[in-house]
Design a protein around this ligand. Structure first.
Ligand SMILES: [Fe+2]
Length: 384
C-alpha cells in the first residue's frame, strides 16, 4: 500500500440548522463575555443568513463584532490592512461565514492577529504557529476550504495567486449546515459543485492517491453525483443540498491527503489571465482532461462509475467511457459552456496558456500521466 500523511479537522458539526450551535461550540473553550469576531462579506450580511448564528452567540453571553469587508478575491495588501482591525478587536475566537475566499481570509487573519508579520511573509517564510481558534461555516458546497490547510491569496505584485499551506491553518471547528446553501443561485450551485467533483476525481486518480483519500473520494463522488443535478434544478431540496455539502467537505479532506492535478493546473491560467471563475474553468476542462488520459486511468474511472452506483455493466473501458459521458452531460445540463468561446480566447493564446499551466508543477507532478507542453496545448485546443 502507498504511504500517506493525513491530518484533519478535529471537530465537525454536520446537519440542517446546526449553524445556530456556533455560540455553544465557542463556549466550550471561551469564557463568558469574551469578544468573538465574525468574518463575512457584504452579500452574506445582507442575505439574513447570519441571524441564527448571531442569536446563538448572544445566547452564550459573548460580545460580537462583525467584519464584513472581505473582498471576492482578497490580496495580500487587503489582508494586511484587515489584520490591523482584527488586532484592534483582539477577539478570543473567530467565526468565518462564507465561501472559500472568506474562509481562506479568516485562516490568514487569525494567524496575523497573533503573529506579527505580513501575508507576504507567511507565503515566503511559512506559517509560524497556530492563530486564534476559528469556527468555519461554509455557505457554498464547493471549495472544501473548511477542510484544508491551504489559504489562496492574490499577490498583485507578483501577478499570482499563491497557496499558503501549513498544518497550522487546518480549522479547529467546522459547521456544515446545508440550510445555508438553500438559497444559492443555480449557476453558483453548478460551478461550485463541479469544482468539488474535480477535487474528488483528481485526488482519486492522482499519483498521491492513497487508501485514506480514496475512501473519501469515492464516497464524496457518490454524494455529489447523486445530488448536484437535483440541487441545481430544485435549490430548496434539503436532502440534495445536504449531500452536496458533505461531498464538497470530503473533497477538501481529499485535497489534504492527496491533491488536485491536471484540471486545476490548466484551470489556474484561465482564472489568472482571463478571470474565468474557478468552477467554470474547471468544468470546461473536466471532460477534455479525463478524455485525454483515460487509457491510463481507465480502471480508476471504472471504479468511480461503480461507486456512484451508475449500474453500468461492461468492461473497464466501457465503464470509464460511460463515466466521462455522465460528467459531460452533467456539465451541459447545468448550462456551463463546453468551450472557451464565450470568453473570447483564441488560438493565439495557446502558447501563453500552455507555458503558464506547465509551470504549475506542484499540481502537474501529481498527475497520473506526465503532460508535455504539447499535450497541454492539445487539451486547450479541444476547448477553444
Ligand atoms: Fe478547486
Amino acid at each position: 500500500m502507498r504511504s500517506f500523511e493525513a491530518f484533519s479537522v478535529p471537530f465537525v458539526q454536520f446537519g440542517a440548522g446546526t449553524s445556530s450551535k456556533a455560540g455553544k461550540i465557542i463556549s466550550s473553550f471561551c469564557k463568558p463575555r469574551a469578544t468573538i469576531l465574525l468574518i463575512t462579506d457584504q452579500n452574506i450580511l445582507a442575505s439574513g443568513m447570519l441571524e441564527r448564528i448571531v442569536e446563538g452567540i448572544h445566547e452564550e453571553g459573548f460580545d460580537l463584532e462583525i467584519l464584513d469587508s472581505i473582498p471576492a478575491e482578497p490580496t495580500d495588501n487587503d489582508l494586511d490592512l484587515l489584520a490591523g482591525k482584527v488586532r484592534e478587536t483582539n477577539p478570543s475566537a473567530m467565526i468565518a461565514v462564507g465561501g472559500g475566499s472568506v474562509i481562506d481570509a479568516t485562516k490568514v487573519l487569525s494567524t496575523l492577529a497573533i503573529h506579527q508579520c505580513s501575508t507576504m511573509e507567511l507565503a515566503d517564510r511559512g506559517v509560524p504557529g497556530r492563530g486564534i481558534p476559528c469556527v468555519m461555516i461554509p455557505t457554498t458546497a464547493g471549495t472544501g476550504a473548511e477542510a484544508t490547510p491551504n489559504a489562496i491569496v492574490l499577490f498583485p505584485s507578483r501577478n499570482l495567486k499563491i497557496g499558503i499551506v501549513s498544518r497550522y491553518l487546518i480549522p479547529q471547528f467546522v459547521i456544515l449546515d446545508p440550510e445555508l446553501t438553500l438559497g444559492l443561485p443555480a449557476s453558483l450551485t453548478a460551478s461550485t459543485g463541479i469544482d468539488a467533483i474535480c477535487h474528488l476525481l483528481e485526488c482519486y486518480i492522482g499519483k498521491k492517491a492513497n487508501a485514506f483519500s480514496d475512501m473519501y473520494a469515492l464516497e464524496g463522488l457518490r454524494l455529489m453525483m447523486t445530488s448536484l443535478q437535483v440541487a441545481y434544478h430544485e435549490g430548496s431540496n434539503l436532502e440534495a443540498r445536504s449531500k452536496a455539502m458533505l461531498g464538497a467537505y470530503y473533497g477538501g479532506v481529499c485535497i489534504t491527503a492527496s491533491g488536485t492535478n491536471a484540471i486545476h493546473a490548466l484551470s489556474y491560467p484561465l482564472g489568472g489571465i482571463y478571470r474565468i471563475p474557478h468552477g467554470i474553468a474547471n468544468a470546461i476542462l473536466l471532460v477534455p482532461v479525463m478524455k485525454y488520459q483515460k487509457e491510463f486511468i481507465a480502471s480508476r474511472l471504472a471504479m468511480v462509475a461503480d461507486a456512484i452506483g451508475s449500474g453500468i455493466k461492461g468492461d473497464v473501458r466501457a465503464r470509464a467511457n460511460e463515466l466521462i459521458e455522465s460528467l459531460r452531460s452533467l456539465v451541459k445540463e447545468m448550462g456551463i459552456p463546453a468551450t472557451l468561446k464565450p470568453f473570447g480566447i483564441s488560438t493565439s493564446a495557446l502558447d501563453t496558456l500552455a507555458d503558464a499551466a506547465y509551470g504549475v508543477r506542484r499540481l502537474l507532478d501529481n498527475n497520473p500521466v506526465d503532460l508535455s507542453k504539447d499535450a497541454i496545448k492539445a487539451i486547450y485546443r479541444e476547448v477553444l
